[in-house]
Write a protein that binds this ligand. Sequence first.
Ligand SMILES: Cc1cc2nc3c(=O)[nH]c(=O)nc-3n(C[C@H](O)[C@H](O)[C@H](O)COP(=O)(O)OP(=O)(O)OC[C@H]3O[C@@H](n4cnc5c(N)ncnc54)[C@H](O)[C@@H]3O)c2cc1C
Length: 409
Amino acid sequence: MSVETSTGAPRRVHVVGAGPVGLMMTALLQQAPGYDVRLYEKRAAYTRDRMVKLAPYLVADTVDAYRADPLDGDNVEAVFEPWELEEALAFRRRMSPDLRELLATLTEGFVRLNDVEGALSDLVDGGGPSPVTRIPGALTLDDVHARLEPGDLLIDCTGSKSLLRDHLVPEWDPAAGERGNTNSIRMEHAAVATFVFDRRYECNEYCKYYKNLDNARYKFVPSVERTLYDDSASHVTGLIHISEQEYAAMPPACDGEWLRANMPGVARSMDRFIEKVRAETGGELVDDVRVIRIVLDLYRAYRATNRAWLHGPPTDHPFATTSVFLVGDAAIGSPYFQSISLGFECAMFLAGLLTHTECSTDEILERYERLVYQQWLRVYMRTKQIKHNKDLFETIDDTFGLLEKLHIF
Ligand SMILES: Cc1cc2nc3c(=O)[nH]c(=O)nc-3n(C[C@H](O)[C@H](O)[C@H](O)COP(=O)(O)OP(=O)(O)OC[C@H]3O[C@@H](n4cnc5c(N)ncnc54)[C@H](O)[C@@H]3O)c2cc1C
């Protein structure tokens, strides 16, 4: 795609949503000359302070490093062709040094989501070859239509409740069935408990097992990599699988006291785990436990671009003369702490296609659809495996319960 339009003017790009992925997309496009980026965001400030983990594969320099995660390596090899992996690595090698450095820092450990957003936002504000104009306020579908001009690029980074996902499928597209453009699989309901311990605490699979020995009904499952060693403090986030009814009975967020008073079984599993960490390290909780309830869904957009509009019957709909892409949670959502990395991965690939290739618009749309489908297969397999492992872990000392979940052939 030629960056400049037929009139020689910079190509207008509308990035809707300045969460982590929209900011990453903007930072990447800003580094290439010839774009005029408009970044829309409805939130006035970055206040989400939950701790998140970014995957080390985001800064991998080699295919081997990219495939290092034991739950991911074979899937990556099965889904991508070798030249596709090389091309994706080549795209990221061409990122600006500032952005590469920032990514390296963010992937080192466990970071606050608003720190990720703040750091990317600062980088965008630092400027680059292409100008970025920030436009505050919530964009509606009508606003989008009104702002689009033929040839514009529109990148929807509005997250899981995507503004455009279900509008990318025109009536004549077979994907426009009852499910619209979204394919969603419910994995589980969970209480997510987060606490900070004033000692260094290391976690692995043996530790998860041992610390849950007395938890017959509910298990507190911390992710191995979700502990942050911040000098002597460890930030721990763990999931407790709960039923749909228990989920409905919980407030969206609560503290340890509420949980102990209202869901004693769930609270006990967490407290026993904490007690064992305390006994092992001699440390203490820095603050009260924070708990939120969460539905873990794995979903994707059947169509991650507006290709169907471009190849359908003639129409004056704005999606018939522009290029529209879903990136981040707008395109794919995955539980178990994988989503931001997946979104960054898609953003880096799309920016690479737009700025480092001579592909036509059609080719870019087709290649991006393919990439999103490949990333979906990858995350689908990894997520199913995580869930299966979790299910087995929850019945690990109940031989018959375990056998029921095995289904070997
Ligand atoms: C408890 C918890 C822990 C998590 N931990 C991790 C983790 O460890 N690792 C990980 O990878 N992921 C984690 N996630 C998921 C992660 O937070 C999301 O995947 C990520 O925020 C998605 O980024 P995004 O930019 O695609 O969307 P969002 O973060 O949802 O950003 C979308 C942005 O678009 C804006 N917006 C939406 N609609 C409009 C509109 N109409 N007009 C203008 N602006 C709009 C929103 O205000 C927002 O800023 C966690 C989630 C939860 C709930």
